[in-house]
Design a binder for this molecule. Sequence first.
Ligand SMILES: Cc1cc2nc3c(=O)[nH]c(=O)nc-3n(C[C@H](O)[C@H](O)[C@H](O)COP(=O)(O)OP(=O)(O)OC[C@H]3O[C@@H](n4cnc5c(N)ncnc54)[C@H](O)[C@@H]3O)c2cc1C
Length: 343
Amino acid sequence: MLPVTPGTGFATVGGAIANDVHGKNHDADGSFGAHIAWIDLLTASGDLRRLTPEETPREFWATVGGAGLTGIILAAGLRLLKIPSNAVSLSEERMPDLAAFLNGLRAARSAARFSVGWIDALASGDRIGRGILETADLSPEGVPVTPRKTKAIPVNLPKFCLSRTNVKLFNAAYYHRIPRQGRQSLRAIEQFLYPLDALAQWNRLYGKPGFSQFQAVIPDAAAETGLRALLNAVSQGGSASFLAVLKTLGAEGQGLLSFPQPGFTLALDLPRRAETGALLDRLEAITLDHGGRIYLAKDSALSAAGCARMYPRLAEFQQIAAEMDPEGKFASDQSRRLALRGA
Ligand SMILES: Cc1cc2nc3c(=O)[nH]c(=O)nc-3n(C[C@H](O)[C@H](O)[C@H](O)COP(=O)(O)OP(=O)(O)OC[C@H]3O[C@@H](n4cnc5c(N)ncnc54)[C@H](O)[C@@H]3O)c2cc1C
């Protein structure tokens, strides 16, 4: 299998390179870019260039995590991981609050290959940051292969389905489905890695207005105060977020605009409401105050000034992108908003 994959199996190789994606195993295996031998890139001049970390490191590491701004990735050589079976041995445990959760994830960094936390983003007071910690390792024993059943959300759900009360009830039920003493099981790898893929068109859960995503990493030293502030802002705001995802990240990504840095990363889906823009601004300010970074793959609201502070190698990226595409042919709404190609 691929050594690193994001939380959906529907991403393409080009997309995985362009955001230097991370999985539930960043401490153990790094991000996607660490497993690429070469990239064939169609450049702005129409030439096909083969990029490698050894021979063209500047262009290679500008393209890994480069949000598609250096050219179009046509092919890539990937180093795969040999696995003993189609399953992971999974352990699920309730975490009663944020401090317990962070301790659980810290211990998992060296004890398990995979770890991920599902947080009840609406819990407040003593219970802020409660959720389920999942840790897993590749299992020598497999599970029977059964075709994966996909359920679909047939229509956009009406707004009341996402009322605060309903989401609170859903999150509480999700938390209590794991027995107090925890549970162990074997689970098919793709079921563990891509839980949302079983629910086709899950975006319809958020109704017609849709949702905004937010993901930030807060460095280890500031993690507890930073995450508490982010969760407080969400639980006090009007946007009732379903379960949020909390993971650890290991070493800094090598791509010039790679997201990972050592710390804890929190990902949220926020239903679009009138106040969502103001909430995202607040989350950006909290992230900056704690030395954190917002993930460009999930961003629709970051400011150019905030981006420049979070991505210290941005100027280096701009220089290389300008050399590779002097006329600025490759651009996006995001690259213009964040001045990723320069002012
Ligand atoms: C349910 C879900 C779970 C997720 N979980 C994670 C996670 O755990 N970790 C994580 O890191 N990310 C996660 N993501 C984000 C996702 O992995 C990234 O956004 C990824 O880049 C999407 O790839 P895509 O093929 O859909 O690309 P798109 O969304 O189409 O594009 C993403 C970026 O890649 C560029 N791009 C795409 N193809 C090419 C190409 N051929 N050449 C050059 N540039 C290209 C685009 O220009 C764009 O900037 C998740 C997303 C979803 C929906």
